[in-house]
Design a protein around this ligand. Structure first.
Ligand code: HEM
Length: 407
């Protein structure tokens, strides 16, 4: 299939997912025929959409492209509207470029380094076992979203960050839900953000006096950071981390429950105690599910050549991670879930200086929990036909609204 006529896709076209296991059909078509194409953004801006693995890496690793917010084009709300300009706040590193970004990022990288993640491992295993015991106590059938996926993702983040689960989690759940529920207005979303901001600000104030062994405590011990900077850094880590962790765990479980042979392969590897084997399988699940579906974008800082096209200064390039992860040039079986497939080149965590800082922790949570659930619940199966599982298809992070299982 080859297409020679340039085509302008609309923003909503690349967002309009209809299938739980496959990105929108237009992405599968473009990655094969026209990996860099023009895209019309909600405000009428004609920017670009990059769908291949090579282009995704090129855009995300190039200093010619910025992650700062500019006034127009993006971001859009969950309903497809344009937000009014989003100011860059102190500590709001996710939308800064180097060197501003580097300063904050380095402080967090050490919190999620290989060594730090190894130190988190026994506690993540304990939290996973406790949550599995809770699932057993609730009995079969059960909805795994509230019984396992959400509380485990929240507990791990609360402990690592230094937020007391009992008092903090209701506020943080509300923040995350306000960002993903299409029925929540921009005002309600702001209100949830303000409550979370004051929760963290208060904890930072306390940690200045009594730091504690967690991310918040160690940041609070740094006299060069203001309370506002630390609070905004933590808000970003929570916002970027919780929904993605929850979505990746939910989507991976759904994919496994729908592909019984793959579920059995993972269970066999986990029962054999093979950590490297499970880790490789998790890469394939991350590739196949690609839960961060939208809103990965960069703006050209000057005229720049990309994929044989001239990108003009100020034009936005959206990078479609789900299609980069299904690029037939890169992966042997791009559209199948094949846990035996080599998938370490997957881009579900992004790439370049903004690549997910919590990716080792995310991999740890996925490996521990998928192993524990599949081995600990040998009869685990969906309790409804797969078509009846309500999947949150058109939010930036793919997830489910319920995951009814029996065991
Ligand atoms: C499987 C779960 C996860 C997935 C799929 C995921 C995915 C991503 C992606 C795609 C990006 C890049 C965004 C961009 O380039 O525009 C990102 C960035 C980020 N992620 Fe994750 N993430 C996950 C879990 C986590 C966890 C557990 C944490 C925190 C503990 C975390 C914290 C962050 C932060 C802070 C950034 C911004 C990094 C920066 O701008 O320097 N993520 N993540």
């Amino acid at each position: 299939m080859t297409e020679t006529t340039p085509r302008t896709v609309s923003y909503l076209e690349h967002w309009d997912r209809t299938e739980p296991f496959d990105p929108p059909a237009v992405l599968a078509e473009l990655v094969r025929t026209r990996p860099l194409t023009r895209m019309e953004y909600p405000d009428g801006h004609i920017g670009w959409l990059a769908t291949s693995h090579d282009l995704a890496r090129e855009v995300l690793s190039s200093q010619a492209f910025s992650h700062r917010f500019y006034d127009t084009h993006l971001p859009v709300t969950k309903k497809g509207e344009i937000f009014p300009g989003v100011p860059i706040v102190p500590g709001g590193f996710i939308h800064m470029d180097p060197p501003d970004h580097t300063r904050y990022r380095n402080l967090l990288s050490r919190e999620f380094s290989a060594r730090a993640t190894t130190a988190y491992t026994p506690r993540v295993a304990e939290l996973t076992a406790a949550q599995l015991a809770e699932v057993r106590a609730q009995g079969s059938p059960v909805d795994l979203l509230p019984a396992f996926i959400r509380p485990l993702s929240m507990r791990v983040l609360c402990e690592v960050l230094g937020v007391p689960f009992d008092t903090g989690s209701p506020i943080l759940y509300a923040l995350s839900d306000s960002a993903t529920n299409v029925d929540v207005s921009v005002e309600e979303e702001r209100e949830a953000g303000t409550k979370a901001y004051f929760l963290l600000m208060d904890l930072v104030g306390k940690a200045r006096v009594e730091p504690g062994e967690h991310v918040l405590g160690r940041l609070a011990a740094d006299a060069e950071l203001t309370d506002r900077e630390i609070t905004n850094m933590l808000l970003i880590v929570f916002a970027a981390g919780f929904a993605s962790c929850e979505g990746a765990l939910a989507s991976s479980l759904l994919a496994l429950l729908h592909h019984d042979d793959q579920l059995k392969a993972l269970r066999a590897a986990a029962a054999g105690g093979g950590a490297p084997a499970i880790e490789a399988m998790v890469e394939e699940l991350l590739r196949y599910t690609s839960v961060n579906q939208f809103q990965i974008f960069r703006t050209a800082l000057s005229d720049v050549e990309l994929g044989g096209e001239l990108i003009r200064e100020g034009e936005v390039v959206t990078v479609a991670l789900p299609s980069a992860n299904r690029d037939p040039v890169k992966f042997a079986c791009p559209d199948a879930l094949d846990l035996g497939q080599e998938a370490s080149a997957q881009l579900a965590f992004g790439y370049g200086v903004h690549a997910c800082v919590g990716q080792r922790l995310a991999r740890l949570v996925l490996s521990e929990s998928l192993a524990a659930l599949t081995v600990g619940l040998p009869e685990l199966a969906l309790d409804v036909p797969v078509e009846e599982v309500p999947v949150r298809l058109t939010t930036p992070v793919l997830s489910v609204l319920r995951l009814p299982v029996r065991f």
